[in-house]
Design a protein around this ligand. Structure first.
Ligand code: GDP
Ligand code: MG
Length: 414
């Protein structure tokens, strides 16, 4: 370890400090790691304790990638819990991993549904309190309330006293909960059908919201925020708003994993995912760069290629443009998968014959260095594959937007 100290020149140390300052500024906007961790890294860097900084970053990265996230969804049977759970996990209702929908609950037990791409994210299906004979306090104990990061209470009608009492209980236990009024698409459809001449979507939504809120007032509870959603159409109504609120409320360490877990329903969601992943890629490279001085020339090693392939695949899975996701989507759209692959770029990134690909990639790195030469000249020896990872990330995020546009133009909504 001492050796690391002696190989770092003052100039390099200055570069590390100033380079990290840039990260710190971008971290303020959309926090990836907590402020205390940032300060800790800065202290190490200022002292020239490169190994110390490396260790803190390694731990922080591990923490944000491995943080467990447990979401509890509760509500009466038939309220739309399972449908919301599938929506949160980005799982199609007909997929084999889907929470079964439209089935009457027979069990009083909680059911875990793991996220298909993120094993540390679990959405729990809790039996509605009204279907059990428990008092809120006992119910909370029975469903192991301490294990969840937050609760979502779902109702397809106005919230019942049970749900409201339950929320009070959660608040006493100092946990967060969110009220979701589900199936608003069918309310709108019904109103339209029965009152075609006076129908106004905005008014219908307003009435539903007011009706929910008045129920809280009647039960002597401060009005919470109520999210009106349709699990059949996530990009309409308050689903996005709910996601934004959850992201803001979650502790920093859990935010990244939650963002990754969300379906790619809007350009903004894709952008947010990209920003968060970009920070991770940067931090990873910075951490490696602290301990290694790498030449910017030469070929990629076999390990580099493996690492690049793995990153590309990871990004594709996170943005739903991996082979399997594209196949599923193609099936939904009733289009050949080749048609989807033809309009995006990432499948071609590492597809060409090996030598040709390498050349192209090296060309890209060289171009990057010639444009951003300052970084290298100033002595920050980030690994060259870092730039490629960023290039891959950008390409995949753009692909996700292209696919989103394509599927909505074909009338497919998530
Ligand atoms: P759970 O019993 O609370 O898990 O509710 P489910 O998710 O199984 O939903 C019950 C029924 O309502 C199913 O037939 C769903 O297809 C339907 N459903 C759920 N969410 C929505 C929604 O947002 N809009 C509409 N129109 N129907 C929904
Ligand atoms: Mg269910």
């Amino acid at each position: 370890m001492g050796q690391m100290f002696s190989t770092t020149t003052d100039e390099e140390q200055q570069d590390f400090v100033s380079s990290f300052k840039c990260f710190k500024e971008s971290n303020m906007k959309n926090r990836l790691i907590p402020e205390e961790t940032i300060r800790e890294i800065e202290v190490h860097l200022a002292k020239g304790n490169i190994q110390g900084a490396n260790t803190v970053i390694t731990t922080a990265l591990k923490e944000i990638n491995d943080s467990p996230l447990n979401i509890a969804v509760t509500g009466e049977s038939g309220s739309g819990k399972s449908s919301l759970i599938n929506a949160l996990r980005g799982v199609d209702h007909e997929s084999k991993d889907a929470a079964p929908t439209g089935v009457c609950e027979t069990t009083m037990e909680r059911n875990p549904y793991t996220h298909p791409n993120l094993p540390n994210v679990t959405v729990w299906d809790l039996p509605g309190i009204g279907t059990t004979n428990f008092q809120p306090k006992d119910y909370l104990k029975k469903v192991k309330f301490v294990e969840y990061d937050f609760f979502i209470i779902v109702s397809a009608t106005r919230f019942r006293k049970n749900d409201i009492d339950f929320a009070k209980g959660i608040r006493i236990m100092k946990r967060n909960f969110y009220f979701v009024r589900s199936k608003v698409d069918s309310d709108i459809r019904n109103e339209k059908e029965f009152k075609p001449s006076t129908f106004e979507e905005k008014k219908v939504l307003q009435t539903i919201r007011e009706d929910c809120l008045s129920n809280f007032r009647k039960n002597n509870m401060i009005e919470p925020q109520v999210f009106l959603i349709s699990s059949k159409n996530l990009d309409k109504f308050d689903f996005k708003n709910l996601m934004d609120t959850l992201i803001n409320d979650l502790p920093t360490q859990k935010r990244h994993i939650f963002m990754l877990s969300l379906p790619n329903i809007t350009e903004a969601a894709i952008e947010r995912k990209r920003e968060s992943l970009k920070k991770c890629v940067w931090l990873e490279a910075f951490k490696d760069g602290l301990l290694a001085t790498l030449s910017t020339e030469g070929m990629f090693s076999v390990q580099d290629m493996e690492k690049l392939k793995a990153s590309l695949n990871h990004f594709q899975v996170m943005f739903g443009v991996d082979d399997l996701s594209l196949e599923h989507l193609a099936k939904d759209l009733q289009a050949p998968v080749e048609q989807l692959k033809a309009i995006i770029k990432s499948p071609k990134l590492l597809e060409a014959k090996n030598e040709e690909t390498m050349e192209k990639l090296i060309g890209f790195v060289e171009k990057f260095f010639s444009i951003n030469g300052g970084l290298v000249a100033s002595g920050i020896y980030f690994q060259k594959i870092f730039y490629l990872q960023l290039h891959f990330l950008d390409t995949v995020a753009e692909d996700a937007k292209v696919i989103l546009k394509e599927s909505s133009s074909r009338g497919h909504s998530r």
